[in-house]
Design a protein around this ligand. Structure first.
Ligand SMILES: *Cc1c(COP(=O)(O)O)cnc(C)c1O
Length: 376
């Protein structure tokens, strides 16, 4: 039998193409900033914040250095600190619990529901007299079921600080991820749907006072109007150059989301019916959800073998976060009681390429090779 040769390269994410595909647009945006020497908290940051707030239908957006900082600042301004417990889903990136750790509070991991997102009944079961807040995480461009979460939090007087790093533009019952809690947070890491050329993040809120405090925290505790230091702060500003890069792309954001939904539909059609796979919901399958497919993550039998088979065909996949839930990072010393749904998920999960560099032919190629793997 001849050795199979990959006839195509479908990388999981193409960091070079991110710039080169739209080099002219980015050059124009960056040159404007560079020639003006407008580096820190300049017009582009203000314009991007205004565009983001407007898009989400929220009063305030505050650009910060990254989403981890957005979570830390968000928890602080929401009044979370030493002695408090914050409930979060163990199915998330380590940045969610580390932000809780760095405000001096205790991160309490809970299990996910059928939908892969925090289980509202698990929140309820983990509440103690010390619980102050919940951090729901809207993963893969799907917003958590906030009706049930809100109900539990209202009943127990808990604050919601959302990790919506992966969910810009995603909606539940028509309302945008990041706008359900007291605070919402976004990441502009390059591989996020809206990415910049380095790190970037944002805090969003409807609360004027929380927004004011967040602006103080990100800039050394200095009051914007007077320049006076009015409290202890940090340096966590969104670079003006990154804001320009984000603004340029943000104009085309609805098309970006539409293309991702189109790719998700193609995967859904092409892979549907394979008993070895559990696919994410197709776009529009549930009228409550508008999904943006930050990632296309499925669960697969023989997941690791499938990934190596695809790699031989030039197809990049990703086992998210090294295949571990947060409570499985022993070094962090999080409560380690078993979270069965989350643990099973991490044995089977795999992400397929879904981004603007993937062509329809690429998607067909990926589908063929997954079907081929299970046919043999
Ligand atoms: C990317 C990500 C973060 C962290 O964002 P940074 O901007 O890299 O700090 C936090 N939570 C989740 C779920 C993420 O995917």
């Amino acid at each position: 039998m001849p050795v199979p040769v990959a006839t195509r390269a479908v990388p999981f994410f193409d960091y070079q193409a991110f710039y080169t595909r739209q080099a002219e647009m980015f050059d124009r945006a960056m040159k404007g900033v560079l020639t003006r020497g407008a580096f820190i908290l300049q017009q582009e940051v203000r314009d991007f914040e205004a565009a983001l707030a407007d898009y989400l239908g929220v009063r305030h957006a505050i650009g910060v250095a990254n989403c981890t900082d957005a979570l830390i600042i968000g928890l602080r301004v929401a009044g979370i600190g030493p002695g408090d417990e914050v409930i979060f889903p163990s199915h998330t990136f380590v940045a969610s619990p580390s932000s809780i750790h760095w405000v001096g509070a205790r991160p309490i991991p809970v299990d996910m529901g059928e939908d892969g997102l925090i289980d509202p009944s698990a929140i309820e079961a983990a509440i103690t007299p010390k619980t102050k807040a919940v951090m729901p995480v809207s993963l893969n461009g799907r917003t958590c079921k906030f009706d049930a979460i809100q109900e539990v939090c209202d009943r127990h007087g808990l604050v919601i600080v959302e990790d919506s790093a992966q969910a810009l533009g995603s909606r539940f019952q028509g309302k945008a991820a990041g706008t359900f809690g007291a605070i919402g947070t976004f990441s502009f890491y390059p591989a996020k749907i809206l990415g910049c050329f380095g790190d970037g993040g944002a805090i969003v809120t409807d609360d004027d006072d929380l927004a004011h405090q967040a602006r103080l925290y990100r800039d050394h505790g200095r009051d914007e109007a007077t320049g006076q230091v009015v409290q202890w702060g940090l340096n966590s500003r969104l670079d003006n150059l990154q804001a320009a890069v984000l603004l340029a792309q943000f104009e085309h954001y609805p098309e970006t989301i539409a293309r991702r939904r189109e790719i998700a539909s193609m995967y859904h059609e092409g892979l549907g019916g394979l008993p070895q796979l559990k696919l994410p919901p197709a776009p529009g399958a549930d009228p409550d959800h508008f999904d943006t497919y930050q990632n296309y993550e499925l669960c697969a039998d023989r997941r690791t073998e499938l990934a190596s088979h695809l790699r031989e065909q030039g197809i990049g996949t990703l086992i998210q976060w090294g295949g571990k839930a947060c409570h499985q990072h022993e070094a962090l010393g999080l409560p380690s009681s078993p979270l069965p749904r989350t643990e099973e998920f991490f044995q089977r999960c795999l992400m397929l390429p879904v981004n603007l560099f993937v062509t329809n032919d690429d998607v067909a190629y990926v589908i063929d090779h997954i079907r081929g793997f299970y046919d043999n």
